[in-house]
Design a protein around this ligand. Sequence first.
Ligand code: ATP
Ligand code: MG
Length: 303
Amino acid sequence: MSVQPVTSQAPTSDKGAADKAASVAPAGPRILAVANQKGGVGKTTTTINLGTALAAIGERVLLIDLDPQGNASTGLGVNPTEREASAYELLLDETNLENAVVKTVVPNCDLVASSMDLLGIEVALADNPRRLHRLKEVLEACAVHYNYVLIDCPPSLNMLTLNAMTAANAVLVPMQCEFFALEGLSQLLKTIEQVRTALNPGLEIQGVVLTMYDPRNNLSGQVEEDVRTHLGERVYKTVIPRNVRISEAPSFGQPALLYDHKCAGSQAYMRLASELIQRERQLNAASNNEGSAVIEKGEHHGG
Ligand SMILES: Nc1ncnc2c1ncn2[C@@H]1O[C@H](COP(=O)(O)OP(=O)(O)OP(=O)(O)O)[C@@H](O)[C@H]1O
Ligand SMILES: [Mg+2]
């Protein structure tokens, strides 16, 4: 199956409309920060497996591991010894994106690895007035080869997560199906609002993904209902089940989709990727329509 990049969805039968749509289509990749300050909710697992699923259906994907724990890097088969330049050097402007990118075990899916040095990033960038814009500047310089950039954030609303949110078009929030799922959500939404006001006016919430769903546990169903009631359409229809193959895969340095593509968890991440692409198309079409309306209004006033 092959899917066109999200930036080129204009109908080919109507050249005028296609030209208009192209002129307002967003340039460059779609950048998503995978964030939730709660620990262990499935951020890294979602970044790795969603990235792999998008790559498997023909998208060119870059994953950025912004977590000093480096789980996304090891989970993609990139060991600490192989990491010549990491996100740390990139944020410090000691290297460029081209040099920091490494191939992973997944074709079409590249990685900027993490390193423990990221623990010291707040101190290293303390005197830099552009410290919260560093990742944005790096990606603006040369990320055009990719359709999607997924940024795995640490479990904290710190400078690394703020860099991700400043660089991103939108935030994807994994939420574990457990009793305290909604706890901390208001803090996350408040932070997104603050970033929107002060750093990145275009930042949206791309969606919420329910993870580690256990159908045998009544609580999972109740949590799902609760989250959907609170967050409505933002919550993806696709729910990621709790699945042992998903938790085994990282110790083999592989995404679940390579380790066992038939398991329920891998299949769910494939469905999530399809739903995400569909959602992106709708967003893109809506913004193109808005753009066309603005152009038409301008033409009308101008003529
Ligand atoms: N669908 C799933 N089924 C079973 N285990 C899962 C699933 N998703 C994640 N896990 C396991 O749960 C743990 C936490 O997942 P993950 O590392 O993706 O969360 P995280 O939000 O990135 O954590 P942190 O906040 O520490 O960065 C891991 O051991 C992972 O293998
Ligand atoms: Mg993680």
